[in-house]
Design a protein around this ligand. Structure first.
Ligand SMILES: Nc1ncnc2c1ncn2[C@@H]1O[C@H](COP(=O)(O)OP(=O)(O)OP(=O)(O)O)[C@@H](O)[C@H]1O
Ligand SMILES: [Mg+2]
Length: 348
């Protein structure tokens, strides 16, 4: 399969800011390097500048003066999208409704004036890769969302792009299909070794797909790192709260540890901490007060299928979230004794 991609491309943005004509500052000056073959995920809330960044890379927008886009060592800042040899899949798929599946997949090849017989071979190859051969002659409006998504990917890959830009390609799908396609896209990207920039606001998707993740907010980069770094070593309160769920307790560092209204946590790091953060999965429920670091009262309980999610009042501003057994969870109103894994404690 790797023969499909002639050579993966590295991409570099240098001082790329974007101010739209109406004065909207969509992107602050961004420096970013994407290695050849890497899958980089842009993650952040609505309006933070994800699509704008993608459009700058695609050549659909120009950066403000001084910004530069490099493909390998070539400055492509002034090149349009046709010259950039990029495959793009938009959130809405942007398929041609009046064409069949095969015609959609072959669209870019016709633009490239590839000989007809070669086009047929390539189209068949792409349909097979996406396992939609049987749909070749269907119209787009006769397809399900997941099938459309595959056609959009096949169309983007048919021209053997040097890089693939995906803008929330799974958002329109239901959760189950999204999970399944996420796995498929992951395998596809790994087997093709194609440089990919994947935009999403879904953090589970970002974790599953990204070699690295960029978390953005208000046109700025909050953090760039591997999924594990972003999850376990969030660089800011924004990142900590945006990715996964996070508990927070206020207190003071004492000789005993981190002392808060609910008890005392095992905190032996130097320096002052006025609040500590930890994830629900790092809290364990213990049976006796003797082993407890924190004491609280169960305020609410949500059955999630594979576990029960408890909201526990510990006398702080907000309750903490604790994961409990699926089959016999603690009852609401019950007193709860807890410990927190020392490695899971963070202060930001
Ligand atoms: N053509 C435009 N003219 C003016 N402002 C724009 C234009 N396109 C985008 N913006 C603004 O720039 C900011 C960033 O937009 P962008 O589309 O990059 O966000 P996004 O992160 O992709 O959000 P979403 O998750 O909702 O797709 C937003 O405030 C948006 O309103
Ligand atoms: Mg967008």
């Amino acid at each position: 399969m790797s023969a499909l991609v002639p050579q993966a491309l590295s991409i570099r943005l240098q001082g790329c800011a974007k101010t739209f004509r109406d004065g909207t500052r969509a992107l602050e000056s961004l420096d970013l390097s994407i290695s050849a073959g890497e899958t980089l995920v842009l993650l952040g809330p609505s309006g933070c500048g994800k699509t704008t960044t993608l459009r700058l890379i695609a050549g659909l927008e120009q950066p403000d003066a001084g910004g530069k886009v490099f493909f390998d060592d070539t400055d492509v800042t002034t090149l349009g999208i046709e010259a950039r040899k990029i495959g793009m899949v938009f959130q809405s798929y942007a398929l041609f409704p009046n064409m069949t599946v095969a015609q959609n997949v072959g669209y870019g090849l016709r633009i490239l004036k590839m000989p007809k017989t070669e086009q047929q071979v390539r189209i068949r190859e792409m349909l097979a890769m996406m396992r939609i051969e049987a749909l070749a002659d269907r119209r787009i409006d006769q397809l399900s969302g997941g099938q459309r998504q595959r056609v959009a990917l096949a169309r983007a890959l048919a021209v053997r792009p040097q890089a693939l830009l995906l803008d929330e390609p799974l958002t329109a799908l239901d959760a189950r299909l999204r999970d399944a396609l996420r796995v498929e896209i992951n395998q596809l990207l790994r087997s093709l070794g194609i440089t990919t920039i994947y935009v999403t606001h879904d953090q589970a998707e970002a974790m599953a797909l990204g070699d690295r993740i960029i978390v953005m907010s208000h046109g700025r980069v909050e953090q760039i790192g591997t999924p594990r770094e972003i999850y376990h070593q969030p660089g800011s309160a924004f990142v900590a709260n945006f990715i996964g769920s996070m508990n927070q307790l206020r207190g003071v560092v004492t000789p005993q540890g981190f002392t808060c209204s609910a008890g005392c946590l095992n905190w032996d790091r130097s320096g002052v901490a006025e609040r500590v953060l930890f994830r629900p999965e790092d809290v364990s429920i213990v049976t006796s007060s003797e082993f407890a670091e924190l004491t609280g009262v169960v305020k609410a309980s949500f059955f999630m299928g594979d576990h029960t999610r408890l909201l526990v009042d510990v006398g702080d501003e907000a309750p903490i979230t604790v994961l409990d057994d699926a089959r016999c969870p603690q009852a609401v109103g019950q007193k709860l004794y807890m410990r927190v894994a020392p490695l899971g404690l963070m202060s930001i």
